[in-house]
Design a protein around this ligand. Structure first.
Ligand code: AMP
Ligand code: ZN
Length: 470
């Protein structure tokens, strides 16, 4: 039974999807106007983590993540760069996808672009105007927040601060400034000159950021979806406004579970482009490796702030390394041909199923990754102990399969299988091991040399020999 913390209710709830066995998730994707920083990727990774856990628990997941390719920031910065909005946002869309691959983030079912859905944004706005929930002013159309009785329920804002009739044009504004917000913005002369406009009943406009997500989410899933994700900074005003627009238009529940990821911080402050306290993903991946960065992010609970420091990253790297070495040891031991001669160890098998239960229970408890990773390290400890004591092949296979199961859910070691060591090298290594056991050091050294010439090295350790690619 999966439990998720629902921001709307501020508590963990049992997850029950609309359609049994299937889950519809909408995730706020990147605003493609710069190289995303590692804080952004922490949020994207949180959604990937959720998706993988749902799949692990047997759900079929339909994940849609939007690309914000038209808003205040993309328009402003494409102009600064002297580029067309399209060329500019395409460049950063590519960067975004490159980053997903670095972190082994699974692709969503689709990535709708805001610019591809403007018709739906205009018709959604029309519905709201027809219902008296939105109004035109100076060629722009605003949502009348006083017309929506549940406004503020998600973010728990102080409704006493609402200034009736006052409106705000920018997409991002502070929580203590709840005002009527823009659904469609009248395109400026400059925007019209640059081709950034769409015809509407209210003249030439371009969409505001908030209406984009309502239109794209409902386009993908209809009026109600199971889960909506994003970083905590999106709770207000973005998600509050999405609810107002969507429920305002359809009269139906928009989202059943709101899942928000906490921030990545540096020196006590949110990592953000505007503060300049950010690191890009390529520079951090260059330093530690993509898998380690992924491990670092998922090893903290998604609802806790993560303070990014070198020491934190280094610690993650060391722990990650422990997991990786054990995987190599297991893979090597599995290739040994005399493994059947060891007796089956029932105690070890029992311990394996206990560890598996721990791992699943932890993830089912609002994605408690730290506890799940503890269970993973327990498996590693058990495996290393077992590799020293006995090597029954069926026990080893079970151990390796469980290791793979954990690694797949966490999205780690996906590349390890690509580094397959060829059969002939494994045979030579075994021959060498036999020679060593017979204390035939000359033969053992000769074989080591042959293996080395083929591009592999053998390292002897107290857990037995390991083969590595040079
Ligand atoms: P943006 O590209 O600015 O629209 O942001 C994309 C995602 O990154 C959103 O879900 C934000 O909530 C999230 N985000 C932005 N800054 C951080 C941060 N420092 N830590 C975690 N998530 C963040
Ligand atoms: Zn959004």
């Amino acid at each position: 039974m999966l439990k998720l913390y629902n921001t709307m209710e501020r508590k963990k709830e049992v997850f029950r999807p609309i359609n049994e066995g299937a889950v519809a998730i909408y995730a706020c994707g990147p605003t493609v106007y710069n190289m995303p920083h590692i804080g952004n990727y922490r949020s994207f990774l949180m959604t990937d983590n959720l998706r993988r856990v749902l799949e692990y628990l047997g759900y079929k997941v339909n994940l849609v993540m939007n690309l914000t390719d038209i808003d205040d920031k993309t328009i402003r910065d494409s102009k600064k760069a002297g580029m067309s909005l399209k060329g500019f946002t395409e460049k950063y869309t590519k960067e975004f996808f490159r980053g997903l691959d670095m972190l082994n983030i699974k692709r969503a079912s689709s990535y709708p672009k805001a610019t591809g859905n403007v018709k739906d944004m205009i018709s959604l706005t029309k519905k709201l105007v027809d219902k008296g929930m939105a109004y035109e002013k100076g060629g722009s159309v605003y949502f009348r927040i006083s017309s929506f009785k549940d406004y503020g329920r998600l973010s728990k804002i102080d409704l006493g601060k609402i200034k009736i009739g006052a409106s705000v044009d920018v997409d991002e504004y502070e929580k203590d400034n709840p005002q009527d917000f823009a659904l469609l913005k009248s395109s400026s002369e400059d925007e019209i000159e640059r081709g950034i406009y769409y015809e509407s009943p209210w003249g030439n406009v371009r969409p505001g950021w908030h209406i984009e997500c309502s239109a794209m989410a409902m386009n993908a899933f209809g009026p109600t979806l199971d889960i909506h994700t994003g970083g905590v900074d999106l709770i207000f005003p973005h998600h509050e406004n999405e609810i107002a627009q969507s429920v305002g238009a359809t009269g139906k529940t928009f989202v059943k579970y709101w899942v928000h990821g906490e921030h990545l911080i540096v020196g006590g402050e949110k990592m953000s482009k505007s503060k300049g306290n950010y690191f890009t993903l390529p520079e951090v991946v260059e330093k530690y490796g993509g898998d380690v960065v992924r491990y670092m992010f998922i090893s903290s609970h998604y609802r806790k702030q993560l303070d990014y420091t070198d020491a934190f990253a280094q610690n993650a790297k060391n722990n990650y390394q422990k997991l990786k070495e054990t995987l190599e040891n297991l893979r090597f031991a599995l290739k040994e041909k005399d493994s059947k001669s060891y007796p089956k160890d029932k105690e070890t098998l029992k311990a394996l199923s206990k560890i598996r239960k721990k791992f699943r229970d932890a993830l089912s408890n609002d994605l408690d990754n730290p506890e799940a990773i503890k269970a993973f390290h327990e498996l590693v400890h058990l495996a290393n102990k077992y590799l020293r004591a006995g090597k029954n092949s069926s026990v080893l296979k079970k151990m390796h399969a469980l290791y793979r199961e954990f690694a797949d859910v966490l999205g780690l070691f996906s590349k390890v299988k690509d580094e397959k060591i060829p059969e002939n090298i494994l045979n030579l290594a075994e021959e060498r091991e036999l020679a060593r056991k017979k204390k035939d050091w000359q033969k053992s050294d000769e074989l080591r040399e042959i293996i080395r010439e083929s591009g592999y090295i053998i390292q002897d350790s107290h857990d037995g020999p390991k083969i590595k690619i040079v």
